[in-house]
Ligand binder design. Structure first.
Ligand SMILES: [Zn+2]
Ligand SMILES: [Zn+2]
Length: 330
């Protein structure tokens, strides 16, 4: 574990010692416990992978990570439930993902290394297409009139990147990359303060500018663009423009599908939103189809009694295309 983290745990242990005023308090043991918790605790997340807290589940902490998991850990309040995503054969190792899988390979490695101190060597990490993966955070070249994108053709895991245009061969350093990204910071700060003050109209107009600026900097299929659109979808809904929310949501679907396995609950949640928006403002048939796709996933990952699954059935019925208890698939 990195020295800074251990130092932080030593400081925490010292605070706990002073608060408890127990003469037999063992400082080393407390630091050791903090280290164990940090490596073994599970982030308790909601269905959108938004963190709700941290829990220590000793039995579950023996399950290893994969970026192509065959199981998922879902939370019902504080209760952690392990569910299979795929058929698990006798002797197969049960694997879950410790992290958000909507990230580039390099960012997944950074995330795992920072939180759990290992570099993943799962099938997805070993077999990824480097150039294809880098599109997810590729900057536009902008050398002269070039419309290519910059990718790191050498040292993939080096942070001292030399980015090269896949079209014209122009090279930019990681410093230039940082400078380009810095241009977004004032807009993000402004949008953040609008959100803090629940000023959704202000946040919406700022995020529209951020979307334009992000598209000017990054590949349209990049994660940066997708994350801005995810927020824009929410803000359009918050301000009552369902048509604009649907248009934003439609643009997110291919990026989610590219990054996530067929049964991933995050994809199920996305299909649910897409289905509802299509049902209200778009194509009713598409709406029904996305709701069924969402139910097919969420019944596996969260079970048939999960409130969202019940709600999905209700929405499907409202669309008037399904009889109760049938899958409705053509
Ligand atoms: Zn992996
Ligand atoms: Zn170029």
């Amino acid at each position: 574990m990195e020295t800074e983290k251990v130092v932080a745990f030593e400081m925490k242990a010292e605070i706990v010692k002073q608060m408890l005023q127990q003469p037999r308090f063992n400082l080393d043991e407390a630091v050791n416990t903090f280290c164990k918790i940090s490596c073994n605790a599970h982030a308790i997340v909601d269905i959108d992978m938004e963190p709700l807290g941290t829990g220590l589940y000793p039995v579950l902490s023996i399950i290893n990570h994969s970026c192509l998991p065959n199981a998922v850990l879902v939370f019902e309040g504080k209760l952690a439930v392990l569910r299979a995503l795929l058929p698990v054969g006798k002797g197969d190792e049960v694997l879950i993902s410790y992290i958000d899988l909507c990230q580039t390979t390099r960012d997944r490695w950074d995330d795992l290394n920072a939180k759990y101190h290992f570099i993943c060597s799962c099938r997805r990490c070993c077999k990824f297409d480097k150039i294809d993966d880098q599109i997810l955070d590729a900057l536009r070249c902008k050398h002269g009139k070039c419309d290519g994108f910059l990718v790191d053709k050498q040292g993939f895991y080096s942070r001292d990147l030399k980015l090269e245009c896949s079209k014209c061969g122009h090279v930019r350093t990681s410093e230039a990359e940082k400078r380009a990204k810095k241009k977004l910071e004032p807009l993000l700060d402004r949008a953040g303060s609008y959100l803090d003050n629940l000023n959704y109209e202000g946040a919406l107009s700022t995020y529209k500018k951020i979307e334009a600026a992000t598209l000017d900097l990054f590949h349209p299929s990049s994660l940066s663009v997708m994350l801005v659109r995810k927020l824009l979808t929410k803000l359009h809904m918050e301000t009552g423009d369902i048509q604009a929310a649907l248009e934003c949501c439609r643009l997110i679907t291919p990026v989610r599908e590219r990054l996530l396995q067929r049964n991933d609950p995050v994809l199920g949640r996305h299909y649910y939103l897409r289905g509802k928006l299509e049902g209200v403002k778009g194509d009713k048939e598409d709406g029904r189809d996305y709701l069924i796709r969402a139910r097919d996933i969420l019944e596996i990952t969260h079970g048939t009694n999960f409130p969202l699954v019940t709600e999905l059935l209700h929405c499907e019925r409202i669309l008037g295309h399904l009889g109760q208890g049938t899958s409705g698939r053509p």
